[in-house]
Design a protein around this ligand. Sequence first.
Ligand SMILES: Nc1nc2c(ncn2[C@@H]2O[C@H](COP(=O)(O)OP(=O)(O)OP(=O)(O)O)[C@@H](O)[C@H]2O)c(=O)[nH]1
Ligand SMILES: *[C@@H]1O[C@H](CO)[C@@H](O)[C@H](O)[C@H]1NC(C)=O
Ligand SMILES: *[C@@H]1O[C@H](CO)[C@@H](O)[C@H](O)[C@H]1NC(C)=O
Ligand SMILES: [Mg+2]
Length: 382
Amino acid sequence: MMTPMRCILLVLGVIIPIHYILSFAYEEYGKATFISSIAGKWTGPKLSPPYKTPVPDEYYKPDSLMHLQDRKANASFVILVRNSELWGIMSSMKQLEDRFNRKFQYPYVFLNDQPFTQNFKDHIRALTNSTVEFGLIPPDHWHQPSWIDEDQASKSRDDMVRGNVIYGGSVSYRNMCRFNSGFFYRHELLQQYRYYWRVEPDIKLFCDVDYDPFLVMQDHNKVYGFTISIYEIQATVPTLWNVVKSFINANPDFVTPGNAMEFLSDDGGESYNMCHFWSNFEIADLDFWRGEAYSKFFEYLDEQGGFYYERWGDAPVHSIGAALFAKKEQIHFFNDIGYEHEPFLHCPQGDVYTKGKCWCDPDENVDYQRYSCLKRYDRLFS
Ligand SMILES: Nc1nc2c(ncn2[C@@H]2O[C@H](COP(=O)(O)OP(=O)(O)OP(=O)(O)O)[C@@H](O)[C@H]2O)c(=O)[nH]1
Ligand SMILES: *[C@@H]1O[C@H](CO)[C@@H](O)[C@H](O)[C@H]1NC(C)=O
Ligand SMILES: *[C@@H]1O[C@H](CO)[C@@H](O)[C@H](O)[C@H]1NC(C)=O
Ligand SMILES: [Mg+2]
């Protein structure tokens, strides 16, 4: 796997910074082309994360259902999914209802580039008493734009297939990454909401979520919440950081003082360490993405074509946006939400495990495994 991979890097003209070659992150993760080839390979210390931002008790509602007078946030679940993934998304949604939403009753917005079938809608509606809306994505928010040079794009896909890079040959995966990076929050069904919780098929929720995470976001002025952070596959973002740097140089005012650059870079912004929040789980602020800084940032990235000439993921794009245009305190680690999207899981430790009545194996927790970036998040606050 390594030789073709090096080839690709050469073909793409990528110069790998020397500290990358030396760092554990690159040695152990950056050269991988499939995430699953990494999982379970190394075990780290079973540390509990520092609880810098515990959720205050008044947010908890251990036993009662929602009452009319209870405060609610302006929020919805957002689920981009295909008709063919019905059973996988029902599994996710059932757990979400049982662990959280049966009590809190937040609405759902389902999005798809194809119309949802009646069968899909019927099965989904049967799982909840909450409002469920089904939206179609406008074609120009989904498909590869006409100004992308298809020869260049297809050559890059072929190179990535030869390099065995996961989803390297897929156009639809690239459409999905671009849509999640810059379009979902502009969908008409989401205009009426401020916060969202992103959900994917076949995830697991291990613990009771007995408090309202949206209210925590709202009351504490948070913009981005995550459960797992890992390294990006280097071959999918060879030029991303250079583009980020040129955007920052041209728009220094968008970079917020007190930001989380240290999460992204180990040398003050010179190079990217590949750390990102794993975006298959997100609880975040739609207005942050809609704001001037992130909108201009996305537009700039999109113009460079890297969603198609490379394979930029929405995870690094969101993470870089959140880390640079928000204050570090506005990025929240949802430690108490036990969560799995294969091949990684976050399992709360100690008291938090007990409080949430969790059922994951605490030893499988990704937090301080070598390929987790949580230590870099921690160091923002140390
Ligand atoms: N409607 C629609 N949804 C898609 C498409 N491709 C991906 N998605 C959804 O976008 C999200 C991310 O896609 P995934 O295939 O899960 O990508 P991933 O999480 O990187 O990879 P996996 O390890 O395969 O889960 C999921 O919620 C998918 O259901 C598509 O072509 N159409
Ligand atoms: C919907 O609400 C009714 C009435 O409160 C309740 O009996 C039913 O179990 C609920 N259904 C779901 C899927 O939560
Ligand atoms: C919810 O948030 C959206 C986006 O900020 C806003 O347009 C809408 O008016 C808000 N709704 C309520 C009820 O506050
Ligand atoms: Mg997925």
